[in-house]
Design a protein around this ligand. Structure first.
Ligand code: 39S
Ligand code: ZN
Length: 766
């Protein structure tokens, strides 16, 4: 039999139960026992559901309270010293502090998990890092499932990917040199799993889809030579996802592992080679159901891949699974009550995808006739979608065909624009601003929920939002911020809000996906050609600007980010969809300018995240991505100042692309990594205005004026004083006013103090 397998199931719980339990625990409203209980219930429900769906290899240890990379660091005892001496398992309090920081310690860094919108906690490793088996979470969860009558395959982030995804705490050293110290801990863990009865262990090594050098490949060889030989009873499934093994394939097929998982949604072309070269006995796990998107699978297409592999290898050497963990997929389509039937017939969420896996596995074992009804149903839905009039909009296509290169260029170069803007705006040196959003308090959310549920009418809701906005604008004026924001109280999310107003988008009620820790997003679904029937933000921006004589920024999300944070149609190139979104945003930008908005920010935090994992694919992505941003931003006069914002990524490798956006000002995440960002800008002279974030908004800690001033001094080593802006790392929607008020006030004080210092040094080179 070709068995059905899964690599990971969403852990947030159907009604985001984990989020609610975590936040209640952090707020001191519940005990750690309450939280543990919720977690146990989620795991149980997930295991039983998968068993019910006919999945033979069910994952365990795919659960995490915050992040699975942080969990791995806790398992191998890589707990940075500032979180105190830990003698056993890290308790939930310490674990939370590692992830989120506290008033006295800074959090660990967080960054994007490959090219997804999921963020992982970056392990910090010292040159002489000690590792030890500090937590037995994988063993405990394996036994927990077993006690429920579910045999599982524990999932563990593999040692080489763990090291490659970590960062060096000390002066830069090669993290792979720590492999010899790390492997004994993995050995001990695997031995305990074998003892507990585990037959298979899933070792995730997603770094195998990256461009790797010889040193990394030899680390893989060493690691799996050791782990593969632990026990004749243990079978390792080496899991790769998000891309093609490509040149790494030959080395991987030589590793002494029992099975290899391939992502055949992203890279179906790698299957033929794997099938022909896999050593006798190696099991291939075929990832044919998309874990990253919500479209219903083309079952016949999946079978066309699977059948030749089964023929060559035999059923017993084939597993059928998702392309990657369902961590990135919403949970259950059945929970959607507002999507129409036709739309639902095009979609599948995690739960439905389990059914697809089971169907493909069944057909692979028993022949297509065993799933004839499912195949026929699927074929009908796909044919209907292909010819549906909801998808094509001729006007959008015509406009796109006519778009010209000059539409992607500002009228004058930056040097000329900035003079006009300075006159137009009259800002001091080191102007202060915030990224856009202000606290989305429970009260704001509750009001929106009431409005959506029809408990209050539109007028009542809008009055409430108006009052919030007014209070926010006046507060910013009072503490002396130079370029104000309206606070975005009317928005649920920076992508969903636009998706709801654009044509060609559908949105869900419950399609939550974990973004980081307790934070979730509900990505909209782009199913058809995109257009903007009406202005989306002009009314709120105009209102906010009417409250102040200082500039209030118009706030938009850029086309690449809207694309990256949505579920995107798979029937045309991403670049085409992105250009359609870009033209819709362009219309909004032009309308904001006409409404008297002088500064317009178009956020592109996901530009770096969307960067292809392989170097050879990057140039073309950056070309269309940068062009899309410019399409959206270049419809304005020279006097209008365009800002953009980026966060939570390593930007070091794309400074040219960032400069090519030609935004007048960019604000960037920089403080959690202590302005590491500056190094890349030392090498590359960034020409336009720039605000490297001076404080970490993902932590409840209130920063001091002094520390922000010293970060700004550091920044002045690299940028000149005409260029430098002062702002936090990111938007403030996840923070509480109690934290935001003193933080932003201290930030403004830091800028003022710097102005004084620099002016008293007038004439001296700064
Ligand atoms: N990706 C996206 N799409 N958006 C982003 O802002 C970011 N930022 C970066 C990177 N990726 C992103 C960091 N990631 C959140 C999510 C992701 C983040 C940062 C923050 C976040 O705050 N998410 C909220 C959360 O998890 C949900 C936001 C939302 O959609 O809590 N809120 C809705 C709204 O405000 C629904 C709110 C809600 O939970 O309308 N309502 C309650 C319910 O449905 C009822 C309301 C109540 O009574 O409280 O149960
Ligand atoms: Zn940000």
């Amino acid at each position: 039999m070709a068995l059905a397998t899964n690599l990971g199931y969403p852990r947030i719980g159907v009604q985001r139960g984990l989020k609610k339990a975590l936040e209640a625990f952090w707020a001191g409203k519940t005990s750690s026992n309450d939280l543990l209980e919720t977690a146990r219930a989620i795991r149980k429900a997930n295991w039983l559901l998968q068993k019910e769906a006919g999945i033979a290899h069910i994952p365990s240890n795919d659960f995490s309270f915050y992040d699975h990379v942080l969990d791995t660091a806790c398992v191998v005892g890589a707990i940075p010293k500032r979180f105190g001496q830990v003698s056993g398992s890290v308790d939930l309090q310490t674990y939370s502090t590692m992830a989120r920081g506290s008033q006295s310690v800074t959090a660990m860094e967080m960054t994007k998990w490959f090219d997804t919108n999921y963020h992982y906690i970056v392990p910090e490793l010292a040159v002489n890092q000690d590792f030890w088996l500090a937590s037995r979470k994988p063993v405990e969860e394996y036994l927990e499932a077993k006690a429920l009558g579910v045999e599982t395959r524990p999932v563990i982030l593999g040692p080489v990917s763990f090291l490659l995804l970590a960062k060096s705490q000390d002066a830069d050293f090669n993290r792979l040199t720590l492999l010899d110290r790390l492997l004994p801990v993995y050995e001990e863990l695997l031995a305990e799993l074998v003892k507990a009865g585990a037959e298979w262990v899933q070792m995730d090594e997603p770094c195998l889809v990256l461009d790797l050098d010889a040193a990394a490949l030899s680390a893989y060889k060493k690691a799996y030579a050791m782990l593969g030989g632990i026990s004749p009873k243990l079978k390792i499934l080496l899991t790769t996802y998000f891309g093609n093994l490509d040149k790494n394939m030959d080395a991987v097929l030589k590793l002494p592992v029992a099975g290899l998982h391939l992502d055949l949604v992203r890279a179906p072309e790698q299957l033929a080679k794997a099938v022909s070269k896999a050593p006798a006995k190696m099991v291939l796990s075929l990832g044919v159901i998309d874990g990253r998107n919500i479209w219903r699978a083309d079952l016949a297409g999946a079978l066309a891949l699977v059948e030749p592999a089964v023929k060559k290898l035999g059923q017993d050497r084939v597993l059928i699974g998702p392309s990657c963990s369902f961590l990135h997929s919403p949970i259950d389509l059945e929970a959607e009550t507002k999507l129409d039937r036709e739309m639902k017939s095009w979609l599948a969420f995690a739960k439905q995808k389990l059914g697809e896996i089971a169907a493909v596995a069944r057909a692979a074992s028993k022949g297509r006739r065993a799933v004839a009804a499912a195949l026929e149903d699927c074929r009908k839905a796909m044919r209907a979608k292909k010819t549906s009039p909801r998808i094509v909009n001729p006007a959008v296509r015509k406009r796109l065909a006519k778009a010209t290169k000059t539409m992607a260029k500002r009228k004058s170069p930056y040097a000329k624009r900035i003079k006009l803007q300075n006159k137009h705006l009259g800002l001091p040196h080191f102007p202060t601003t915030t990224i856009g959003s202000l606290p989305q308090t429970p009260e704001v959310r509750a009001n929106r929920a009431s409005y959506k549920a029809g408990r209050i009418d539109r007028a009542a809701y809008e009055n409430f939002i108006k009052e919030e906005t007014k209070r926010a604008v006046l507060w910013q004026e009072e503490i002396g911020v130079d370029v104000l924001v309206h606070g975005e109280f009317e928005r649920n999310d920076m992508v969903e809000y636009f998706g709801e107003q654009l044509k060609g988008f559908a949105f869900t009620e419950n399609g939550w996906v974990q973004s980081y820790g307790s934070r979730c997003v509900k990505p909209p679904i782009i199913y058809g050609d995109v257009s903007r029937p009406d202005p989306m933000t002009v009314r709120w921006s105009r209102y906010a600007q009417s409250l102040s004589s200082r500039p209030v920024k118009g706030m938009l999300t850029g086309p690449v980010t809207i694309l990256q944070w949505s579920f995107v149609r798979n029937d045309q190139p991403r670049s085409t969809t992105c250009r359609q979104v870009a033209l819709a945003i362009r219309d909004e930008v032009v309308d904001l300018e006409a409404a008297g908005i002088k500064v317009i920010q178009i956020d592109e935090p996901a530009l770096r995240e969307g960067l292809p994992l392989r170097k050879k694919d990057r140039k073309s992505y950056l070309k269309w991505g940068v062009e899309a941003f410019r399409f959206s931003s270049c419809g304005v006069k020279d006097e209008t100042q365009i800002h953009t914002h980026m966060c939570y990524c390593e930007f070091g490798d794309i400074p040219e692309a960032i400069a090519a956006l030609d935004a007048d000002v960019i604000s960037m995440e920089a403080s959690r990594s202590k302005m590491e960002l500056l190094d890349s800008f030392r090498k590359f002279r960034y020409p336009n205005g720039i605000g490297p974030g001076v404080y970490d908004i993902h932590s409840p800690r209130v920063p001091s004026k002094e520390e922000m001033e010293s970060l700004l001094m550091k920044a002045l080593d690299v940028f000149n004083k005409e260029q430098l802006w002062v702002n936090p790392d990111c938007g403030l929607k996840t923070r509480r006013w109690e934290e935001v008020r003193p933080s932003v006030a201290a930030m403004v004080a830091a800028a003022k103090s710097l102005r004084k210092k620099i002016n008293s040094h007038a004439g001296a080179a700064v």
